[in-house]
Design a protein around this ligand. Sequence first.
Ligand code: SF4
Length: 367
Amino acid sequence: MKQGSDKELKQKIYGGGRISSVEALSLFKWDLIELGEAGNMRRKLAFPKDEVGFIIDRIINFTNICEAACNFCAYHARANLIKPFELTYEEIFAKIEELLLLKGTQVMLQGGLHPDYTLDTYVNMVKNVKKRFPQIHLHSFSPCEIAHMAKKSSVPIDEAILKLKKAGLDSVPGASDLLVDRIRKKVSPLKIGKNLWCEVMFALHRNGMKSSATMTYGMGETDDERIRHLSVVRDLQDKTGMLRAFIPWSFSPARTRLKNIEPATGIDYLKIVAISRIFLDNITYIQTGWLTEGLKLAQLALGMGANDMGGVLMEETVVKATGIETKAGIDEFIDIITNAGKKPVLRDSEYKVLKKFRTTSKKSVVL
Ligand code: SF4
């Protein structure tokens, strides 16, 4: 760390003060260990417990037919890696039955922007799932899917959200990618821009829906653009308090049209976790992006600012399409959390603790 202004910044961070974008940018130059310690200290201020939660959930990607055909996505049908598909209700129900057998509580329905799907398609999907599985928390779709369905049915975004909510939708993942239009034009030119993303998020808030925010980095952006993304998220949270969690993960270029981009490193990831924790002083939970980073890096992140493992995702095809296949079960989650010196807890979608685990030895777990 440099002397002088860095010393003042360190005092500010350890004193719990809010840091500016310029100060956040300077953190990228900090020594990793020092930055991680600062991130962990801010985690303790935001969340003093040693608990690390996870949820048993299932992502159900119901179609890969997508009119956006983003350059950074290997999942959509036009990438020619996965044959075009649309799940039937029966197929969706069967996947949820499997989740219930494992005592899962949350379903994430997400799909491509199908050119023929209207708002009714999504509302009926929600109604049918909720009719059959009223106990499931539906944390589903994304701001870009909501903008898509509103546009297809020529209704205001608020109306689309209200109909989805009445049908049984419980909350919506923030699926933010990188909220910098220079990068969005390059990686997802037909997807919504930053302003429309914000518009949908404010509409969700007006209609009483909670959400989360993510950050996909490693797409050729500068450190300054990374901080600009975090600023959009912090401002939104200041105004709404709607974000339950923040989840950073790296872009996986393999098999996408951007495969020449140099992938981000594990060091980048840990720095981003710590900087996010310090900068996002209004968000309680920072999840490890274990699906893209792997369980060992996720474990390190738990000591640098992260305090939630997210979901034991039973099925996921979007990241898998890029060739990354990280799998984990409940026992592995408990081991990873325990061996990070934390207490594993099973939580629900609202971050309420459902169950605490006690480990009697490295391999033996008592519920
Ligand atoms: S990222 Fe989403 S919107 Fe873009 S092509 Fe993939 S499925 Fe479609």
